[in-house]
Design a protein around this ligand. Structure first.
Ligand SMILES: [Zn+2]
Length: 247
């Protein structure tokens, strides 16, 4: 068993696409100019994957071993080190590293919402110009809280949505400005997200997993923190106004 690719995408999202090892900071997403981004980091097992592996615990199930909570997003070098010298890299230490890194990524993103402006939004949705407009889907407003409950989202997702609401007016103004130049812009934007949303739902993803896969989608091709946060701001905006997520 190994972690599935969607699990790796979610792990990469939580890690900000960066190696979780303190001071490494290696960027582990290959931003493809033509195709989809590829997550080139490794989903390292904290408690070992197989007998004789570092930090292996016999009484765990394979599902628990491959669960995102037992995985650390690392570059190849750091993955090798933690597995070759487990005496230095205990379960406790690695769990600490994971928690701290993922928390820092989350906080950096939440803080950056306040600075989302038109240039970042422009970078975040550059793909929209190649996107055909949506043919279905309404723009009815649903209260975010109601939608959060309906989609069984946890506090983690709720915090991202609440923080993202800070840039709501900026995103709305941006979409309006773009619509002046290209009246199909809002429909194209929506179509891109809906396509991904329904595709992932068809694969069986729901709740937090689906939410985080959509966050990763919103950030694809983006490297700068400000642009990545702008991508999430757009997702949160659409979360409130359209059929991205059940209502
Ligand atoms: Zn590293």
């Amino acid at each position: 068993m190994a972690a599935s690719y969607p699990t790796k995408i979610i792990l990469a999202f939580r890690s900000g696409g960066v190696c979780a090892m303190p001071k490494c900071a290696r960027h582990l997403t290959y931003n493809s100019p033509t195709g989809d981004d590829t997550y080139v980091g490794e989903a390292a097992h904290i408690k070992g994957e197989k007998p004789k592996a570092a930090r292996y615990e016999a009484d765990m199930t394979d599902v628990e071993r491959d669960h995102i909570d037992n995985l650390l997003y690392l570059c190849t070098d750091d993955h090798t080190i933690i597995d070759k010298v487990p005496a230095d890299w205990t379960t406790v230490k690695l769990l600490e590293i994971k928690t701290k890194h993922e928390m820092q990524v989350r906080q950096a993103m939440e803080l950056a919402f306040a600075d989302v402006a038109f240039p970042e939004l422009q970078n975040a949705v550059a793909w929209v110009s190649n996107q055909p407009p949506a043919t279905n889907g309404s723009f009815d407003l649903t209260a975010p809280e109601e939608k959060i409950k309906k989609n069984a989202l946890s506090n983690g997702a709720r915090n991202i949505i609440a923080a993202g609401m800070m840039s709501r007016d900026t995103v709305a103004a941006y979409v309006e400005a773009e619509a002046q130049l290209d009246s199909d812009f809002p429909e194209r934007l929506k179509a891109g997200f809906l396509e991904e949303y329904f595709g992932q739902r068809k694969e069986g993803y729901k709740g937090d997993e689906l939410f985080e896969l959509m966050c990763a989608f919103a950030q694809r091709g983006l490297r700068k923190q400000a642009d990545r946060t702008a991508g999430i701001a757009v997702l949160v905006y659409l979360f409130e106004i359209c059929d991205v997520f059940e209502k």
